[in-house]
Design a binder for this molecule. Structure first.
Ligand code: NAD
Ligand code: MN
Length: 380
């Protein structure tokens, strides 16, 4: 029996609440589809930092490297200064594990109300591929005359050929397994240096993928197109900053943080990829049972897809989407976190994997097809 070895960083606030539910569904899928799951919990997050001042220690990082994939809940705590865990743990992991790609699906599931009036599921099914390790987020910069009226800040943006190629190459592979359209989103008319590098690499890799049509949209224009005409897009590939911004817009379109899932992927497959809901630790509702676990379940489904367990991933998606359709409209969950999680896990056991989403059109199928062909990447 194939066994997948998962690292679990449940983290802070609602992170542990939703991660427990994601694992419940993953185990139900493993039972049904005949594979094994082993999990190892990592003691990282606010409590650890408060206890011994460590956000990410070398031993944990080396341990994490040895798993097939990582499930992350969320980090962040009012007792810890902002950024310490977000940068020191989550961003540090993305960089150390060379997760050049952040996959953010934007899919409106049936029965979910989008704030965009009249938006239908048929019109809203795209995926944002955000470069995840560089751009303005690479952290370079300096301030001169700090603390004076002449204070001057310089924040540099880094765009390497290697990470851009990895990201664009993955985006084309994903597009090939979907509707075969790719859009580069950037600001090439103003950010001419980085823009030319991105455009050149899209042309270069596009040349090897004549079956995928590609075009270009400026990042600001994207903020108009996404709410008005999301059906224009299939795979959108973009840099770190623009990806951060447009993927929040995407998350809103598809019904908000309760459903927004993501994966941090190393396209080379030589380190484990890491899957996490887009939301944070939500300290305002931690421990109340009001956290929606669907985003965590869908992230775990993406994880299974990347490990080559396509049928299991489809079953998780179908179960989560069918429970989602039964939840009340609006921010109230209508059940507890565990209640929703149990309903999803129950349904994973017998749902038709094609019940809600056509398997050929599901991101899960494309993620399986685009997964790196390594022991870790699975896919066979
Ligand atoms: P948040 O995503 O934690 O919460 C924003 C709002 O959405 C809150 O009102 C919250 O109650 C609600 N919400 C979030 N997830 C929900 C869910 N699953 N179900 C129902 N409601 C949900 O963002 P924030 O409040 O800005 O940040 C809280 C902490 O999380 C901060 O420390 C922040 O830095 C951190 N954070 C971490 C990550 C990460 O771990 N990758 C991502 C974003 C924010
Ligand atoms: Mn963001």
């Amino acid at each position: 029996m194939p066994t997948h070895d998962l690292a679990v960083v449940a983290g802070d606030g609602i992170g542990p609440d939703v991660t427990v539910e994601a694992l419940r569904s993953v185990r139900a899928a493993a039972d049904r589809f005949g594979f094994g799951i082993t999990t190892t919990d990592y003691d990282l997050g606010a409590e650890r930092w408060l206890r011994d001042g460590v956000a990410l220690d070398d031993a944990s990082l080396e341990g994490l490297r040895r798993h097939d994939a990582i499930l992350l809940g969320a980090v962040g705590d009012p007792r810890v200064p902002p950024g310490v865990l977000e940068r020191g743990l989550v961003v540090a992991l993305r960089v150390a594990l060379r997760h050049a790609v952040n996959v953010r699906p934007v899919r409106l599931y049936p029965g979910v109300t989008s704030p965009v009036r009249d938006l239908t599921p048929e019109r809203c099914d795209l995926v944002i591929i955000r470069e995840n390790t560089e751009g303005l987020y690479a952290g370079g910069g300096s301030t001169v005359h700090r603390g004076t009226d002449e204070a001057t800040a310089i924040q540099t943006s880094v765009t390497t050929t290697a990470a851009t190629r990895a990201c664009v190459g993955y985006a084309f592979r994903l597009a090939r397994a979907r509707r075969r359209r790719l859009t580069l989103c950037h600001k090439t008319n103003i950010l001419v240096e980085a823009g030319a590098l991105w455009s050149g690499i899209v042309e270069e890799i596009g040349h090897d993928h004549p079956e995928v049509a590609h075009d270009y949209v400026h990042a600001d224009a994207m903020c108009q197109h996404l709410p008005l005409a999301p059906e224009r897009f299939d795979v959108v590939v973009t840099d770190n900053l623009f990806g951060d911004i447009i993927s929040d817009l995407g998350a809103t379109l598809q019904g908000g943080l309760g459903v927004a899932a993501s994966g941090n992927i190393n396209p080379a497959g030589d380190t484990p990829s890491m899957f996490e809901p887009v939301h944070g630790s939500a300290p305002d509702i931690a421990g109340t049972g009001r956290a929606n676990p669907v985003a965590a379940v869908l992230s775990a489904a993406m994880c299974l897809a990347g490990l080559g367990e396509r049928e299991a991933a489809l079953a998780l998606e179908a179960a989560a989407a069918s429970v989602l359709a039964e939840l009340p409209v609006g921010p109230a969950l209508g059940d507890t976190t565990a209640g929703v999680g149990r309903r999803i896990a129950e349904r994973v056991r017998d749902v038709d994997p094609g019940a809600v989403v056509d398997p050929d059109a599901s991101l899960m199928t494309a993620l399986s097809a685009a997964a790196p062909r390594t022991r870790r990447g699975g896919g066979g």
